[in-house]
Design a protein around this ligand. Structure first.
Ligand SMILES: [Zn+2]
Ligand SMILES: [Zn+2]
Length: 140
């Protein structure tokens, strides 16, 4: 049975593909793709960053689902390219572009280093002070 309102029917989750869903989140043409094909079709390559065009989490990091399990897109790309993330470590974006999945821009660091770097960066950007003001307002 077809949905009545075809204009709001969800379309394939591959960027630039407007075909309707066939199975899960892909159209008929894209439903047979391997995980790697699905992944790289969602990436926009440039000389610098490789931008993730797929779904993102609330922090702006790319999200990639394999067999109902969510992965950080940058972590998935890093391991796909044959690099190993030591257990317990996070991947820091050296380019500060959270959507970037270029393994050359990623470096495994401890949570503390990651946080310290993120804070130093956002202070430079003037973001942290904005966040602070907002936090104060929210907490009264
Ligand atoms: Zn498609
Ligand atoms: Zn980058």
């Amino acid at each position: 049975m077809r949905p009545n309102n075809t204009t709001i029917a969800p379309s394939c989750s591959i960027p630039q593909c407007d075909e309707p869903y066939y199975r899960w989140t892909h159209c008929r043409n894209h439903q047979g793709l391997t995980d790697a094909e699905r992944f790289w079709l969602r990436v926009q390559f440039s000389d610098h960053c490789w931008d993730w065009l797929g779904g993102k989490n609330t922090f702006g990091y790319g999200r990639f689902t394999v067999k109902w399990k969510n992965y950080g897109a940058h972590r998935w790309a890093y391991e796909f390219c044959g690099k190993v993330i030591p257990s317990g470590l996070g991947l820091d974006h050296l380019c500060h572009n959270k959507a970037c999945v270029n393994p050359d821009h990623l470096e495994p660091v401890t949570q503390q280093v990651n946080l310290r770097r993120a804070m130093a960066h956002s202070q430079r950007e003037g973001f942290y002070s904005r966040y602070e003001r907002k936090g104060r307002r929210l907490t009264g």
